[in-house]
Design a protein around this ligand. Sequence first.
Ligand code: FAD
Length: 317
Amino acid sequence: MSTAVVLDAFITEIRHIFGERLLANEPLARHTTFRIGGPAEWFLAAETSEELAQAVRLAKAHQIPFFILGGGSNILVADAGVPGLVIAVRCRQVEVRSEGLVYAEAGAALAGLARTAIRAGLGGLEWAVSVPGTVGGAVIGNAGAHGGCMADSLETAILLAPDGEVVRRPVDGLDYRYRHSRLKAQSGDEAYIVLAAEFRLSPAPVAELEARAERFLAQRRATQPTEASVGSIFKNPPGDYAGRLIEAAGLKGHRVGQAQISPVHANFIVNLGGATAAEVWNLIQLARETVRQRFGVYLEWEILPVGEIAPHPTLSP
Ligand SMILES: Cc1cc2nc3c(=O)[nH]c(=O)nc-3n(C[C@H](O)[C@H](O)[C@H](O)COP(=O)(O)OP(=O)(O)OC[C@H]3O[C@@H](n4cnc5c(N)ncnc54)[C@H](O)[C@@H]3O)c2cc1C
């Protein structure tokens, strides 16, 4: 069967289920915190975890490439866009259950989940009030801040397995490390999709939790830029900070087009307005190469490139 025929069959079936909610050529810049990214060939917002599972199963059955989009706060999307189907995770239910157990669907905002827990007098997620993105993205990447991380409070991840079954996986089996999990390492046909997660939290006075959250937020405001970004570009190398190394290499404030290494925090690249993925790419390569030459340290990407990112042809890094 030709590619066009396969695609037609897929579009017919997915339209039959989701109707006009299936969008063509949706600009992904609208869905990333960087405000960067070309169009998704096809785009669907899954409003429930059942819809999320259904869309993934359908794409797989038709062998259509797909990408799962959370809050778009840890990705650099190519200017040329993304082929196949982008499934935006918009299932956002959060429930405080008994004995400190909190259930959240994958599309719930992480910061919103943290606020709900605080209001319920449950501690453990206060660090997350300042972290953008969804529960699903945070479970995949073991998001963390201020000394805390997902793995500390996560009890069970509820996942769509590669074979299409829904499975429950306790945190212990997920190989959580600094900004890493077994789920993050598995891609393509082996990838698991986060449908929901359960957290085990500890009772604490609401005022105490609120005060801690406010302290974390104030710390953020004082140390991080406010322009569009995707947070830290590189992981911190063992025993050091990527931002310190980039600053020591003299690159703080350096610009390529409308992308700039933030003058506030050198591990952030900010979009000054209309920056392209190619410009960000050139800046990332420049930072990485300069740090490698000056200090012999190889910086590892924390963010994920999505689609084919071509270097900017005229602006040299
Ligand atoms: C201003 C700013 C500050 C930040 N500060 C921090 C910080 O302090 N600590 C930190 O850890 N991060 C930080 N980040 C980065 C980002 O917020 C986190 O990495 C976040 O957890 C990403 O979640 P997301 O939903 O936006 O994921 P996305 O960017 O949408 O996706 C990231 C990856 O996860 C996958 N994914 C998303 N949802 C699912 C799902 N349901 N199932 C399977 N795969 C999925 C995507 O396919 C992609 O591979 C910051 C970002 C910004 C913009």
